[in-house]
Design a protein around this ligand. Structure first.
Ligand SMILES: [Zn+2]
Length: 141
């Protein structure tokens, strides 16, 4: 399979991933990125659905968020939500499900979408960053 075809399938996989998570705005962004990169696919064209599912299992969301926000540890991990005027730690970060939600403004996302919305990373860059933070373990343990 050529690089172009793999890239197209990857974008399709990513679209399906976001539709499954009801993150429709991300789908629009992906199509945008796709149109810009069509001639010259980025190196992360191997972000297959399987790789994304595996990555989701490895990601510890609170560690990702802690790179950008101050995370408090109570019953859950919490942080002041950067998407609304919040100083009460309304953003609840659930490592088990890999999701977070703001009780104040309703913002909710997973690690990938957080990097895209908060850090304005492109999908492919966010995917690469998470893979670097949580590398796949080698066989054995
Ligand atoms: Zn909020």
């Amino acid at each position: 399979m050529d690089k172009q075809k793999i890239y197209e399938e990857t974008v399709l996989d990513a679209v399906i991933y976001f539709i499954k998570n009801k993150q429709y705005k991300e789908v629009e962004k992906l199509i945008d990125v796709y149109n810009k990169n069509r001639e010259n696919p980025p190196p992360s064209y191997l972000a297959t659905r399987q790789n994304m599912e595996n990555l989701r299992k490895r990601v510890v969301l609170s560690e990702v968020v802690a790179e950008y926000l101050t995370v408090q540890e109570h019953q859950f991990h919490t942080a002041d939500c950067p998407f609304c005027e919040d100083y009460d730690g309304s953003l609840v970060i659930m490592d088990e499900s890999g999701k977070m939600e703001c009780g104040n403004c309703g913002y909710h996302s997973d690690a990938l979408q957080f990097l895209m919305s908060h850090e304005r990373m492109r999908f492919t860059d966010a995917f690469i960053k998470l893979n670097e933070m949580f590398p796949e373990e080698k066989d054995g343990e």
